[in-house]
Write a protein that binds this ligand. Structure first.
Ligand SMILES: Nc1nc2c(c(=O)[nH]1)N[C@H]1C(S)=C(S)[C@@H](COP(=O)(O)OP(=O)(O)OC[C@H]3O[C@@H](n4cnc5c(=O)[nH]c(N)nc54)[C@H](O)[C@@H]3O)O[C@H]1N2
Ligand SMILES: Nc1nc2c(c(=O)[nH]1)N[C@H]1C(S)=C(S)[C@@H](COP(=O)(O)OP(=O)(O)OC[C@H]3O[C@@H](n4cnc5c(=O)[nH]c(N)nc54)[C@H](O)[C@@H]3O)O[C@H]1N2
Ligand code: SF4
Ligand SMILES: [Mo]
Length: 739
């Protein structure tokens, strides 16, 4: 084979290994997309430890998305009603730096905000933290992980003393019982799911339980599907705990030696009798007992979760009540067992390591910890007290800051909030009021570009070299193998140039991304996510490596790999946690339920989520014919009984209203959804369909601890739309505005 490059897939957090080959191969016709552009060939990398050569439709088609509709040059305009004009990088940078300085002077550093993304590479994240938190004195850096993983982060920190998923993918093939909760793994983490399903099929004793209000493809494969009512996860977990306690199926030694706060937890559990729990969750008592029996009788229980838990106004409590079950039965720190959050985006994990949320600092440190701030200040060589002691604005608080005028400068990069934020009409109105918005993306048009004063063209995966960490803490080097289009530049380079132009010449001069990474790993030294032994050179030589990976580890090929395989696959194998006394904490929580339950006026609970082929707001997958063919149109799932009551037929266009807005979707009548519940995919923003935005309906009420909004559910009413009221089809106007 010629010139193949090993990298990982830039879509989901599974982080599958890819091998890419140039479009032209000897003796073969040049590989081209549907428009005739030469495109790189992609296949699974068999040597990758996480995926062993397997990939899904998204990874397999990613190269088709890299050419079309790219933003190539910096663009600028004075007001949102003007046309964009092409400008030089110099002009764009000067405008940005002038504006930042002016806002800092007149409104203070708290008026500066950056909203980034789990689609950054670690180098991008790190330089953005250094710039904002270290040199501008503003903690207002938040990422779309706020909408995604922040409840998992808060749950891990509160239960274990630190962030960090304790498990690895090998556990999928070592467990006796897997609980999949609020995760449609089959569609959203397909290669993780394939590994588990294969093992489950081969081993009849192994149990798989799926907890999801919908009968998803994931649920289809389970031994037991608990179709709980949305928002009743805590009732379920506490109900399982009740039975395990009643049956004496708890690990008293582990509880005594390795945990704290069990008595308060046991006091809460007393209230969750099977009768009550079955009624609240809308499941049969026998099924609840079966789930508890599976958990109690298994030696090794693994739980996997994703947005069904995290995207909730009690997301942290949901995560912690699940972790409680692991603590109560000692199912952690050993092969095949533990609580395992499936990370959404390809490098949301790296973002957490680099401090990429408004409440954290690099190296799994916390903004509100004086010692952590002092350590980072010293490392960056800034005056003590430079890093603000309070957390910055969350993504939603940036929107609120635009409403009040407190935010004077907003920089959005690698995320499309004009589709993905809750309460979209409010979000869009706030973005419209923004005095100055910089939008740094790889594509044009996107919905958020509509609200930008300056567009900066980003080089994306394949066009820059950087590092990404997947769900199981495996760190991967993603080398550049194509040229960026036009004048596009890597995100970290853009941030570093702003740093230099602001006068921090020395601190932001890096000859290449390898040097950025070298600085980043040093700041993780001695921390739970210690990566100080990693470098580009090592990742090139040995391939993907898992953290923790300290600098003190001997550098012996083969032997070293073997050693690392034995020691760092799992966290907490010594049952010593990252709390001051080394003990994990039980969280004692009663359930509160949905922030916006259904009622007479809004009688349905709407849930939102994903489809197998599309990626979020479709900036990439919407441009791939094979994927569009698979999922051509938005839709709303409704149970046949509800449909019959309202005389709704298959494909009837429904008007769906919440307290905040409305949207239109053709009906898909299916028993996969429970009566009283509806489902719409999140993928169709204004560019891809008219009025089919899931987030026109959702609300921003967030978990008080993680500040993650409840994007999963809201209350709605439905009716059949009057004919011709709205067209609901792929929008044709989109590309008229193409640059
Ligand atoms: N194909 C595809 N894969 C992706 C992505 C994508 O866009 N497309 N995005 C990636 C990202 S960033 C993320 S975050 C992940 C998301 O991965 P998932 O979380 O698996 O995906 P979702 O479809 O958002 O939601 C999962 C399930 O939560 C259920 N749910 C809703 N409410 C509740 C509840 O109250 N309790 C429980 N237990 N379940 C509930 C929904 O019915 C849904 O089936 O996927 C990643 N992978
Ligand atoms: N209703 C509802 N809403 C949701 C969710 C839900 O389940 N339901 N899920 C939430 C979750 S979990 C997530 S993660 C968000 C995702 O929401 P978004 O972050 O808005 O989704 P994406 O479409 O992935 O946007 C990523 C953008 O980054 C650009 N990009 C890709 N690579 C690069 C790069 O290297 N540099 C730069 N600068 N740009 C790049 C892409 O072109 C794209 O425009 O949506 C959230 N919103
Ligand atoms: S499972 Fe995720 S990482 Fe793997 S190929 Fe599919 S989208 Fe990419
Ligand atoms: Mo996500």
């Amino acid at each position: 084979m010629t010139n193949s490059t090993k990298t990982i897939c830039p879509y989901c957090g599974v982080g599958c290994g890819l091998e890419v080959l140039p479009p032209a191969q000897p003796g073969k016709a040049v590989n081209r997309d549907s428009e005739g552009n030469p495109i790189w060939q992609v296949r699974g990398d068999r040597s990758h430890p996480s995926s062993k050569g397997k990939i899904c439709i998204k990874g397999g088609t990613v190269s088709e998305s890299l050419v079309k509709d790219r933003l190539k040059y910096p663009m600028m305009r004075d007001s949102l009603t003007d046309e964009f004009r092409r400008v030089s990088w110099d002009e764009a940078m000067e405008a940005i730096v002038n504006r930042m300085q002016k806002v800092r002077l007149t409104q203070g550093p708290d008026a500066l905000c950056m909203y980034g993304s789990g689609q950054f590479q670690t180098e991008d994240y790190y330089i953005a933290q250094k710039l904002f938190k270290g040199f501008l004195g503003s903690n207002n850096f938040d990422a779309n992980s706020r909408l995604c993983m922040s409840s998992a982060v808060a749950g891990y920190i509160q239960s274990f003393g630190s962030d960090g998923p304790p498990c690895c993918y090998e556990d999928l093939e070592l467990t006796d019982c897997a609980f999949l909760i609020g995760t449609n793994t089959a569609e959203c983490h397909p290669i993780v799911f394939n590994r588990l399903r294969l093992y489950h099929k081969k081993n009849r004793k192994v149990k798989m339980v799926v907890v999801d209000p919908r009968r998803t493809q994931t649920a289809e494969a389970a031994d037991l599907h608990l179709a709980i009512k949305p928002g009743t996860d805590i009732d379920l977990f506490n109900g399982i705990a009740y039975l395990l306690m009643r049956w004496g199926r708890i690990d008293s030694l582990f509880i005594d030696e390795c945990t704290q706060n069990f008595p308060a937890y046991a006091e809460v559990i007393r209230h969750y009798s099977p009768e009550l729990v079955a009624r609240k969750c809308g499941i049969r008592i026998q099924d609840l007992e079966k789930a508890a029996k599976y958990w109690g009788e298994s030696q090794r229980v693994l739980s996997l979760w994703s947005m069904g838990l995290n995207q909730s106004s009690e997301g942290t409590a949901k995560v912690r009540t699940l972790i409680n079950l692991h603590l109560m039965t000692g199912d952690i720190g050993k092969p095949g067992a533990g609580p395992f959050s499936l990370t959404g985006q390809p490098n949301a994990m790296g973002g957490r390591e680099a401090g990429g949320l408004c409440n954290i600092l690099p190296g799994y440190r916390l903004v509100n910890n004086p010692q952590h701030r002092a350590e980072v200040e010293q490392f960056w060589g800034v005056r003590p007290g430079t890093i603000q002691p309070q957390r910055g604005r969350t993504a939603w608080e940036m929107i609120q800051g635009l409403e009040t005028g407190e935010v004077g400068f907003l920089w959005i990069a690698a995320t499309n909030p004009a589709v993905s934020m809750p309460d979209l009409k409010r979000t869009q109105a706030a973005l419209k009021r923004s005095p100055f918005t910089v939008y740094q993306d790889a594509y044009y048009p996107t919905e958020t570009a509509t609200y930008a004063h300056i567009l900066l063209p980003a080089a994306q995966w394949s066009e820059k070299t950087g590092v990404m960490t997947n769900s199981e803490r495996v760190v991967n080097l993603c080398p550049q193998f194509r040229d960026p289009p036009g004048e596009a530049r890597a995100d970290w380079e853009i941030f570093a140039e702003v740093g230099r132009r602001l006068g921090f010449e020395k601190q932001f001069s890096f000859p290449n991304s390898a040097q950025v990474y070298a600085e980043f790993v040093k700041i993780t030294e001695g921390r739970p996510c210690d990566s100080s032994g990693l470098s580009y050179e090592k990742l090139r030589r040995y391939g993907p490596l898992q953290w923790p990976y300290a600098d003190t580890w001997p550098c012996l090929e083969g032997e070293e790999l073997d050693r690392q395989n034995r020691t760092n696959k799992r966290l907490y194998t010594d049952f010593c946690f990252n709390t001051p006394d080394g003990r994990a904490r039980f969280g004692a929580y009663h359930s509160r339920g949905l922030a916006e339950p259904s009622d007479q006026a809004y009688p349905f609970v709407l849930t939102t989520g994903r489809l197998y082929g599309h990626w979020h707001t479709q900036t990439r997958t919407g441009r791939i014919p094979k994927i569009n063919k698979k999922h051509p149109e938005p839709f709303i799932e409704i149970h046949p009984r509800d449909a019959a009551k309202l005389n709704i037929k298959e494909n009837s266009l429904l008007e769906v209203r919440s307290r905040r807005g409305k949207a239109y979707f053709p009906a898909k009548i299916t028993k996969e959804i429970a009566p009283g519940t509806l489902f719409v995919p999140m993928h169709w923003g204004a560019l891809w369909a008219e009025n089919a935005e899931a987030n026109a309906l959702t609300h921003p009420t967030a978990c008080p601890s993680s500040l993650q909004p409840e994007l999963k559910t809201c209350a709605v009413q439905i009716s059949i739309a009057r004919v011709n009221e709205v067209r609901n089809q792929r929008s044709e106007v989109v590309f008229e505005t193409r640059i």
